[in-house]
Design a protein around this ligand. Structure first.
Ligand code: PA5
Length: 446
């Protein structure tokens, strides 16, 4: 099968070959850091060799067996997690599912629902109401095992499940994915005897989709995790060495060149709404990895052509501080051909016999030409099909590029110290034991 194709010809002209090449030495160093476990945050480099390691280990079989067991016992699996413990699975499942999955009776796999990714009372109450007469299980995912959002949701759902099926039966349909030793979730799982999977110490949340964090929910949803990992392994191999054919290196160099030229916002564009949550996953990957020390490209995303009717004006003529990275899927899975109409009142007969995807591709091409002429550099990434293998490629391509890009930018791409600030304030406002001084200080501010 083919590899993803990166096309920079509509972007490089904005900075010029020389400036672009100016980032090569730092990119080479970044790749060497990642390959050799060196550089800032090197204790979180576990994802670099993950595809190859996952393929060699027996973990895929163990994950698949657990997913099959859950599928044989329940119709719905609620996946509880937030951030890196949520977005990868959500992105892949949405990317590979029928657009109307929620309204269909699925034949393959339980329906995967998500919780613990917000603190909305409406959301959790509506989910609980929905699950009242349903056979459901829970996958609870938290590396730290102490994150508030999933902990709140899990407490409620565990309570409900135990009330519906009994404490003993509930143990069989709850799976915990967490740290090997640390955290409240590990303690609870051991105490209750839940089936568990380990999130490796050296893999951070946003790089964890190819661990059981992502693979277990994806397998439950009936998707081919072996093919997903095989796609990632292909990219691991292709992006290992520095040089002209390393797409991750090229992308990392170019986005830094554009950033230092004033293009401080990157918009990830898709022309297939199934990729909406891939954009959300990508935003976390880049936002949390690069947004620190007063630096970082702001990652945004749009679904086109939908958002051309809301964001199109800004993209075409707004402040020229943006560049776009378009993910284009070469072939759709389904077919819809425009019929001829005797009256032709909508004037669309000139399109009769054409596939909708052809119109979509012309919209993409026309938009690219317009945006480039309007001062927006456009990077294009083409995948042949929207399937497990190519999503696996995309995931690893972006992860590797993110590591390289963070090193070029001069940050530690693998920490997230800023995420703690809101938690400290929230705990202080909620009078969490141990936060007495912070409570006093924050109350003085309001
Ligand atoms: O990328 C990250 O590290 C974060 O987004 C975490 O994944 C997120 O905060 C959830 O953390 P945890 O898995 O510890 O509950």
């Amino acid at each position: 099968m083919k590899s993803i194709e990166l096309n920079i010809s509509d972007a490089i002209g904005f900075v010029g070959e020389e400036k672009f090449k100016g980032y090569e030495a730092e990119a080479v160093k970044g790749i060497s850091n990642l390959n050799n476990g060196e550089g800032a945050g090197n204790d979180f480099h576990g994802w670099v060799k993950l595809p190859e390691e996952v393929e060699k280990s027996g973990i895929i079989d163990e994950i698949q067996a657990t997913a099959d067991k859950l599928n044989s016992l329940v119709d719905y699996v609620v996946c509880v997690g937030i951030g890196g413990s949520y977005l990868g699975a959500k992105a892949v499942i949405e990317g590979l599912s029928n657009s109307f999955e929620a309204y269909r009776k699925t034949s393959k796999g339980a329906t995967v629902l998500f919780a613990g990714q917000n603190l909305s009372e409406d959301y959790i109450a509506e989910l609980q109401e929905f699950l009242k007469d349903k056979k459901f299980g829970i996958i609870v995912i938290s590396k730290s095992g102490t994150t508030t959002e999933p902990a709140v949701a899990f407490r409620l759902l565990k309570d409900q499940l135990e009330a519906q099926v009994g404490k003993e039966a509930a143990k069989d349909i709850i799976v915990a994915v967490t740290d090997a030793k640390k955290g409240a979730l590990r303690t609870l799982a051991t105490q209750e005897g839940y089936k568990t999977f380990v999130i490796p110490d050296n893999v951070g949340g946003r790089f964890s989709v190819l661990t059981p964090v992502g693979l277990l929910p994806i397998a439950v949803a009936g998707k081919d995790i072996r093919s997903l990992v095989a796609g990632a392994a292909k990219m691991q191999e292709e992006t290992h060495h520095a040089g002209g054919s390393n797409a991750s290196e090229t992308y990392a160099m170019l986005r830094n060149a554009l950033y230092n030229d004033g293009k401080v916002i990157e918009v990830l564009v898709n022309y297939n709404p199934k990729l909406h949550f891939f954009g959300e996953w990508w935003k976390q990957l880049y936002g949390e990895s690069e947004g620190k020390d007063g630096k970082g490209i702001f990652p945004a995303s749009v679904d086109l052509t939908t958002d051309l009717h809301s964001m199109g004006q800004l993209l075409q003529q707004g402040k020229r501080n943006i560049f776009e990275t378009v993910i284009s899927v070469n072939q759709p899975d389904r077919q819809a051909v425009i019929p001829s109409d005797a009256l032709n009142l909508d004037g669309l007969n000139f399109l009769a016999g054409q596939h909708v995807d052809h119109i979509n591709k012309m919209a993409e091409l026309g938009t690219k030409i317009a945006h480039v002429e309007g001062g927006v550099p456009v990077i294009r990434i083409e995948i042949d099909r929207l399937n497990e293998y190519y999503l696996g490629q995309l995931i690893y391509f972006f992860e590797k590029a993110c590591g390289i890009s963070g090193y070029i930018l001069g940050v530690n791409p693998f920490n997230q110290p800023g995420v703690e600030a809101y938690k400290k304030n929230m705990f202080a406002l909620l009078n969490k034991p141990g936060y007495e001084k912070e409570s006093e200080a924050i109350k003085a501010k309001i």
